[in-house]
Each structure stands twice: as C-alpha cells, then as structure tokens.
Ligand binder design. Structure first.
Ligand SMILES: Cc1cc2nc3c(=O)[nH]c(=O)nc-3n(C[C@H](O)[C@H](O)[C@H](O)COP(=O)(O)OP(=O)(O)OC[C@H]3O[C@@H](n4cnc5c(N)ncnc54)[C@H](O)[C@@H]3O)c2cc1C
Length: 284
C-alpha cells in the first residue's frame, strides 16, 4: 500500500503519511521485506502496535514494515513460542488465566510482543526480559537466527535490539506456575484504569524514570498537569502521559515535551530522557 497515514498505526493517532506500507502476516514476509530494503538501501521502519512511537507530521519517505505475524504455540511446562506481531496484552491475559506467572503485568500494555522485547516493556516490578528464553531475529541478510537469552542484553526500557537493524520475528518465553497470576493481573489493570488516562490517545509514559525518582511525580510537582500546547496536553490524570486531546500534531507533542523538560530541569535539576520513540524528531 502507498501513501498510508501513520496516525492509523499509532495509539497517539498522530503522524503524516508513509510512502509505502507492507503488512507482514508470515515470518517469510518479514524476511522478504528485510531483503528488499537492504538490497535497495531503502529507508525502513518496523512497527508493531505503534503504542510507543511518535510519528512525524512530515510522514516517512520509506517503507513501514507493519508486523502482523500473529501465532502462539504452547509447548508445555510454561514455555510459549509467540510471534513478534502477537498482541502483548492478549499473551499476558491468556497465560495468567492458565495459571502461569511472569507476564501478568502485560494485561494493560497495548503493544506487540516484538515491540515489548525491543523496549523491554515492564511494570509492577516485572519486565519481559525476565521471561525471555530465546529470540528468533530476522537479520540484515533476511535470515532468521535464534539468539539465546545469555547473548542478549536488557536494561530498563532498553534492549540490545535497539542498536540493530532487523526484526524480532518470534520469542520463546518461559513462565512459572503461579495460580495467583490472574487475580494480580486484574488488580493491576484496575489500578491502571484508576491512575492512567487509559481511554485517551497516548503512547504511555513519555519520559523514563530518573534513578530513584518518578518522572510523573517531578512533572506534577512543578505544576504541569493539564499544561497544553496546541492539541497536546500533559494528562491531568497522570503527569508522565501526554495525550492527544484535540488533533495534536507531533510538533505539539515535541514542543510540550521540551517545555516539560526545561521546567523540570530548572526547578528540580533533573534532565528527563525520552521513553517514547520519536521517529525522525528533534527531541532524542
Ligand atoms: C496506555 C499505554 C500504557 C502503556 N504502559 C506501559 C507500561 O506500563 N510499561 C511499558 O514498558 N510500556 C508501556 N506502554 C508503551 C508501549 O505499549 C510498550 O513499549 C510496547 O511494548 C510497545 O510495543 P509496540 O508493538 O506498540 O511497539 P511500537 O510502538 O510499534 O514500536 C516501538 C519500537 O519498537 C520497534 N519494534 C516494534 N516491533 C518490532 C519488532 N518486531 N522487531 C524490531 N523492532 C520492533 C519499533 O521500530 C520502535 O522503535 C504503554 C503505552 C500505552 C499507550
């Protein structure tokens, strides 16, 4: 498909047009796409559910590889083989309901499994890294290579995949028997609904928590809840969320991020770093 609005691929609902969009529905599609962009030296961008991305107003003049490869295999003893395009919250809900613990935090995180591994998604003292046994990765040659956990590096909201140019095709997760997982998950989702702007358009937490502090608390303490630039607003519900209140542009969001950073730096002496991926923007 050509000339596709990126806003339709993002939970923010923001972004200009992508020159080309390729929807991958099989692992082979991902391989074909990678081979094409590498051979042609063509700019590309991998997108899962677009729940951690701010796409530029100017659009993207390359190929967006939309990962919709959605398969799940239960291989026994709490081990699941899941494709990168599979819904992360659906995986969390299914496994918790079946009495497996480790991914119950995923219940309220609207991403894909590949995006979750790429970002090392986490909440409630859990992170996907703790469950990853291996990753099948489409490398720059278009080959699928199996990477064992021992060879992968994860840290707070980061993974070794952030420095590579391939696609997470599938993941093996190893979970532990835990009959309380489903109950805890319900509590986590209920808490999110109370404390986060769950029904507004956002990309989750905008800034990483600085060591020993909460970005949301710092932003709240400097009085920026409800601050608006254009159609973008610091959520009055949770200060580390910027929401698309009314036809916000990426420029509005970036201007608001920069304003928040400046005020927090001046008043608190802390420089906030972006957690959301600002595609071709000036904030990173
Ligand atoms: C309401 C809300 C609440 C959220 N709460 C949390 C939370 O509690 N904890 C948390 O960690 N995050 C949270 N997020 C952020 C987001 O949901 C996660 O980071 C999620 O894991 C991103 O997955 P995605 O598929 O949407 O990634 P995308 O936004 O599509 O992509 C994010 C990055 O990953 C790359 N990528 C995506 N898929 C692949 C792949 N298969 N291979 C290689 N690269 C890939 C993209 O190129 C991009 O750089 C929240 C977001 C929202 C909107």
């Amino acid at each position: 498909m050509s000339d596709v609005p990126l806003s339709t691929l993002s939970t923010f609902g923001i972004g200009g047009r992508a020159k080309w969009l390729f929807r991958a529905e099989r692992a082979e599609d991902l391989q074909d796409a990678l081979r094409f962009v590498m051979r042609e030296h063509y700019p590309f961008l991998v997108v899962g559910r677009g729940s951690n991305c701010l796409f530029p107003d100017e659009g993207f003049s390359g190929l967006v590889i939309h990962n919709r490869v959605e398969t799940l295999k239960d291989v026994g003893d709490g081990c699941f083989e899941v494709s990168g395009g599979y819904s992360f919250p659906a995986l969390g809900v299914k496994t918790a309901r079946e009495g497996w613990g480790g991914l119950e935090f995923a219940g309220g995180i609207p991403g894909s499994v590949g995006g979750a591994v790429f970002m090392n998604a986490g909440a409630n003292q859990q992170q996907i890294a703790d469950t990853v046994a291996w990753v099948d990765y489409v490398d720059e040659a278009g080959d699928i290579i199996r990477l064992k956990r021992e060879g992968l590096a994860f840290a707070y909201r980061s993974s070794s995949f952030q420095g590579r140019r391939g696609v997470i095709a599938a993941v093996g997760v190893q979970l532990k028997r835990d009959e309380g997982a489903a109950f805890r998950q319900q509590e986590m989702v209920a808490y999110r609904k109370k404390t986060q702007p769950y029904h507004d358009r956002s990309a989750g937490c905008v800034f990483r928590n600085p060591a020993g502090a909460s970005a949301g608390r710092l932003i709240e303490e400097v009085g920026l809840k409800g601050k608006r630039i254009g159609g973008a607003e610091v959520s009055p519900v949770h200060a580390n969320f910027i929401v698309n209140r009314e036809k916000a542009t990426a420029h509005d969001v970036i201007a608001l991020m920069n304003h928040v950073r400046d005020v927090v730096a001046q008043r608190k002496g802390v420089w906030l770093e972006s957690e959301i991926r600002c595609i071709a923007s000036t904030v990173e």
